[in-house]
Design a binder for this molecule. Structure first.
Ligand code: ZN
Length: 176
């Protein structure tokens, strides 16, 4: 009987230890998204920010919580899954800058722990890639209307990337 009690205790201890092991995660990146992930990691590295990706899945697929992209997270360092809607509007016909801002927004949720930020800058532009309204804060000019010299917003990219990694980034000159 005593033998069985000891065996029971050993089993309980070993099962407890198992529960404390980190969750099993997967690293799997769709080929079409790898390029954008590498740019993101490069921007993080330039800022001295170490990003762990061993628990990251990035794939094209159907989204349910946001129109063009979605981040699903399992607590305590569990799986992070970025899903990107590759329809014409969100992806296939979107300029590079908008695709990048979309992927960076979802990586902001999944890898930087960021939530939506919907304030506006003094000139009315969104304050962050983490806005919940659209993926075009630094879009090139798609539909040029006469006299609109703010149509091409690509020069704004550096501010938005800075803000993504540091919310305390000061208001840029173009937004005053
Ligand atoms: Zn979002």
């Amino acid at each position: 009987m005593r033998k069985y009690i000891i065996l029971f205790i050993i089993l309980v201890i070993s099962s407890c230890q198992k529960a404390e092991e980190p969750p099993v995660t997967v690293y799997q990146i769709d080929k079409g998204l790898e390029y954008y992930l590498q740019i993101f990691l490069g921007e993080a590295k330039q800022r001295g920010i170490d990003i762990k990706t061993e628990n990251l899945i990035m794939a094209f697929g159907k989204t349910s919580t946001e129109i063009c992209g979605q981040c699903d997270k399992v607590a305590n360092g569990g799986q992070r899954t970025v899903t990107i809607n590759n329809d014409n509007f969100c992806w296939k016909e979107a300029p590079f800058e908008n695709r990048e801002a979309l992927v960076f927004h979802e990586l902001g949720h999944c890898l930087l722990g960021r939530i939506h930020r919907d304030e506006l800058l003094p000139n009315g532009a969104v304050i962050s890639i983490m806005n919940s309204k659209g993926n075009d804060p630094y879009s090139p000019c798609i539909y040029a209307l006469g006299g609109d010299n703010t149509c091409n917003k690509t020069a704004r990219r550096s501010y938005y990337i800075d803000e993504l990694f540091d919310m305390k980034t000061p208001i840029p000159a173009w937004a005053k």
